[in-house]
Ligand binder design. Structure first.
Ligand code: PLP
Length: 449
């Protein structure tokens, strides 16, 4: 442990190891979401107790540069003053009423303003619910059963979407999940990403049966794999020619890859009127509290109850405290915030590459707007799909991860993840990372299998 990163103040309370042992007795695997468990990197997970900006501090008082960012929501960094203010002011008025509250429509409007393709918004609590509901709408609207998803894309943990679902499963080497019936699995066609020919073939083989294609706007749950030039336009064209809908999952990329998500980057490449039918959002729009959404064309969204026949509901949907956090986050995420995110991602990519290159570690930096990730191994050409990404050197990542952690930088504990930066990451954060990189690069070089 590097003492330079110890806060030095207060009592070194409880050790991470004892907290992990206690959690393991009460909670399956000691975690409430699998990748938190250090399963693919080994060692003892850190139990965080506080965060401020790019800093987070664990139960032993060790401070880290955070590159997990709550897996997406922390766009502005931790404990951003206006967000904390909005949350505390709202919470003091009551945690929820089971009625509508005024701010729900304000958050919906904030989303619609940034994405004019979204004509109605329904707020839910998790990205999993958002994609599950979008698919239900697509099936109802088309009266067709099948869904196309792409290998390595993650859309939450509903039964029908867990096949070849990227990070969480890739981390543990699982093809899908036990407990999903063959009947349900058969309703999802898993195709290779960035392969329009495979989409054409699926529509030919299942004529009149495919309700929708669901796609991450840029794949970001197998590391970053952006859509190849022309792929998004092609998939929209093919789906619409066959009477199927397109659901663009922006739960991770939304309001992070750019102010209008990854679609905001690609929309100008489309022919006029060509657009996804439904979008899903989460992570950033909850500002760190449980909140997600789906939105899209009015006539599709209006199929939802109470207007239409598609049922969906939620006790905590549109919870006022979560809405306040999301609204404050979206309002503070101005052009300057995205400039800062982009600057930091560029700098992080540049410094990581230079350290890895100096140590002779083959790697590739992947980008999608402000998003970045690093693949370890020989990749002469950018990977376009899951099979290629799975070839990366996970031993090297494990060594790199732990050396960075010892140097006070907390990367995602899996090689199949985005490195999440925030608008709070600054030159001081960068200096700390730059200081940790050489030893981590040498550790990765020594781990070459
Ligand atoms: C995180 C994520 C989800 C699931 O969101 P939860 O809030 O974890 O249920 C869905 N789609 C994508 C692209 C995601 O990154």
């Amino acid at each position: 442990m590097n003492n330079a990163h110890q806060s030095g103040i207060g009592v070194p309370a409880v050790s991470n190891a004892s907290l992990a042992a206690r959690a393991a007795r009460a909670i399956p695997g000691g975690v409430n979401s699998p990748v938190r468990g250090f399963g693919s990197v080994g060692g003892t997970p850190r139990f965080m107790v506080s965060g401020q900006g790019w800093r987070m501090t664990d139960a032993e008082g060790t401070e880290y540069v955070d590159l997990i960012g709550v897996w997406g929501p922390a766009l502005l960094g931790h404990a951003f003053p206006e967000v904390i203010d909005a949350v505390t002011r709202t919470a003091a008025q009551g945690l929820g009423f089971g009625t509508s509250v005024p701010a729900e429509a304000e958050l919906a409007e904030e989303i619609m303003q940034r994405m004019p393709e979204v004509e109605r918004v329904r707020l839910v609590s998790t990205g999993t619910e958002a994609t599950m509901t979008a698919i239900r709408i697509a099936r109802a609207a088309t009266n067709r059963p099948l869904i196309i998803k792409f290998a390595g894309h993650y859309h939450g943990h509903s039964d029908g979407l867990l096949a070849a679902a990227g990070s969480g499963l890739a981390t543990f080497g699982l093809p899908g999940s036990a407990g999903v019936t063959a009947e349900i699995a058969a309703q999802t066609l898993v195709l290779p990403y960035n392969d329009l020919t495979a989409i054409e073939a699926a529509f030919a083989a299942h004529s009149g049966e495919i309700a929708a294609i669901i796609t991450e706007s840029a794949a970001a749950n197998m590391g970053i794999v952006p859509p190849a030039p022309g792929f998004t336009a092609g998939l929209l064209r093919i789906a619409h020619e066959h009477g199927a809908l397109v659901i663009t999952d922006e739960v991770l990329t939304g309001f992070r890859a750019s102010a209008a998500g990854y679609w905001g980057i690609e929309r100008t490449d489309m022919v006029p009127g060509q657009r996804p039918d439904l979008f899903t959002f989460g992570k950033v729009i909850g500002g760190g509290l449980p909140l997600a959404a789906l939105g899209g064309r009015a006539e599709l969204m209006d199929l939802l109850a109470p207007l239409g026949p598609v049922y969906q509901g939620g006790t905590l949907s549109g919870n006022p405290v979560a809405v306040a956090a999301g609204l404050a986050t979206m309002r503070a995420a101005d052009a300057g915030a995205y400039t800062q995110l982009n600057w930091f991602a560029d700098a992080l990519a540049r410094e990581t590459t230079s350290a890895l290159a100096a140590a002779g570690v083959a790697h590739r930096v992947q980008r999608a707007g402000t998003l970045m990730s690093v693949l370890f191994g020989d990749f002469d050409t950018p990977p376009s799909g899951y099979d290629e990404v799975l070839r990366q050197d996970t031993d090297q990542y494990r060594a790199f991860f732990h050396a960075m952690l010892d140097g006070g930088v907390h990367l995602p504990p899996s090689p199949f993840e985005t490195w999440f930066v925030s608008a709070a990451h600054d030159a001081v954060a960068l200096d700390r990372i730059v200081a940790a990189l050489p030893a981590a690069a040498r550790a990765a070089a020594a781990a070459t299998s």
